[in-house]
Write a protein that binds this ligand. Structure first.
Ligand code: GLC
Length: 420
């Protein structure tokens, strides 16, 4: 199955709002953090100048303390909840106050490599690298104050995998009471059966209320957090991003290399310790309860993207999952009781996760797994278009349509550079 490259480019063009790309019209009408990182790599496959703009516009939302928020509200829109008034962060431009998986340094390295205009690449990267350094320092200082080597997320939205069943027990501790009136907009755009449940949303908003009450100050948020998790995906993505930042720093910020190297060493060890022999993959850790979150999700493979773990064991685990699903990689092990093939992060396949896993397996020498994941992703996109996510049992597209990051991954997978 081949991917229609022109159609993929047209999705990005249609979602372009002037230097930044919305994930999809109506459902997500602003700039999202990790979406934009993948989207920048997609743009870089045919328009490097536009790719740099994507990154720069995201950085317009960066705070003084270094954090890069999960949403930048460049222009008003009333089709999404919770909007800037609920966040109340008083930033210009308006932003949320939480973060998302830090894919950005990885994206900048890729855009830098792809830009045919070397003088432009040097100039743009030199201006951006200091912002990346501040962002990574923020992650460690704000979210790993004891220097354990693992950063914490304080909201399921920070994982980017909002309603993953891995969060169920930790989230159950969060009250369902909210000071903010909940007016969901998502269920007006997408079938409610494919979205998080009402109770999940109450807890999500309770957390937003809590952190707004802490003035969005990193230390107060950390202390007040009823949900504090060492997410295996966020940590793997940060470790991988540190490696990519190190490569950029060697050229643009030599003085920062020592500190980055030390962080990498610390994270490698701590991430490896999240391995579960019983499950044959990695598990996130509930830092409030001090226990593993014993649910097998696609996040548990992501250390392979960071160069950590035994890739052949991970490949064997994936093989077991795929005896119950037609398409790789379901976001939750189909054998888990919490598996729901059409509900968001509780089962569906997400193209961005597949892309990271395929890259990771390929680099680790697990060519067959990489090949299977890439082929399945192409088949899903070729069959159902640029959907937000896909049913791993039937291949049906679900959630929002004309989705930017799915289009971006389509472009990366149709690139001649991908050998298989
Ligand atoms: C949802 C996803 C998140 C993504 C966002 C925009 O919230 O769970 O990962 O960044 O939509 O596409």
């Amino acid at each position: 199955m081949t991917i229609d490259i022109e159609a993929a480019r047209a999705v990005l063009a249609a979602n372009d709002r002037g230097g930044y790309t919305v994930p999809t019209a109506r459902l997500y009408p602003f700039q999202w953090n990790w979406d934009s990182a993948f989207v920048a790599m997609g743009w870089a496959s045919f328009d490097a100048a536009r790719a740099w703009r994507e990154v720069e516009r995201l950085l317009e939302g960066q705070w003084q303390d270094g954090r890069i928020p999960h949403i930048v509200f460049h222009a008003p829109a009333d089709t999404y909840f919770p909007g800037p008034d609920v966040w109340g962060t008083h930033h210009t431009p308006p932003t949320s106050g939480i973060v998302q998986p830090p894919v950005l340094a990885t994206a900048v390295r890729a855009v830098f490599a792809a830009d045919p205009d070397r003088a432009r690449a040097d100039a743009r990267a030199a201006a951006i690298v200091p912002a990346l350094l501040r962002s990574h320092r923020w992650w460690h200082a704000a979210r790993d104050p004891q220097a354990t080597g693992l950063v914490a997320i304080l909201h399921p939205w920070e994982s980017g995998m909002d309603n993953s069943p891995a969060w169920d027990t930790a989230l159950a501790r969060v009250p369902t009471t909210t000071a903010t009136k909940i007016v969901r907009r998502d269920t007006g755009h997408v079938d409610p059966a494919m979205r998080p449940r009402a109770e999940d949303y109450q807890r999500f908003i309770h957390l937003v209320d809590t952190y707004r009450g802490a003035g969005w100050e990193a230390a107060r948020m950390y202390a007040a957090a009823p949900f504090r998790v060492a997410d295996v995906a966020t940590n793997a993505i940060l470790l991988r991003a540190e490696r990519d930042l190190l490569s950029l720093a060697e050229r643009f910020a030599a003085a920062a290399c020592g500190a980055i190297g030390a962080r990498i060493a610390r994270m490698e060890q701590a991430l490896a310790a999240l391995w579960s022999d019983a499950r044959g993959l990695f598990l996130s850790r509930d830092l409030v309860a001090g226990a593993a979150l014993d649910v097998a999700t696609s996040a548990g493979f992501l250390p392979v993207w960071a160069g950590v773990g035994d890739a052949s064991r991970l490949a064997a685990t994936l093989g077991r999952w795929l005896t119950r699903a037609r398409f790789a990689v379901p976001s939750t092990d189909p054998a888990e009781p919490g598996f729901e093939p059409l509900r968001y992060w509780r089962g569906p396949v997400w193209a961005v996760v597949n892309w990271m896993l395929a890259e990771g397996f390929a680099t680790a020498g697990e060519a067959a797994s990489a090949h299977r994941i890439r082929n399945d992703t192409r088949a899903l996109i070729g069959g159902a278009g640029f959907a937000e996510y896909f049913d791993p049992l039937t291949g049906e597209g679900a959630g929002g349509g004309s989705f930017s990051w799915t289009a971006a991954i389509g472009l990366l997978l149709s690139d001649a550079a991908v050998a298989d």
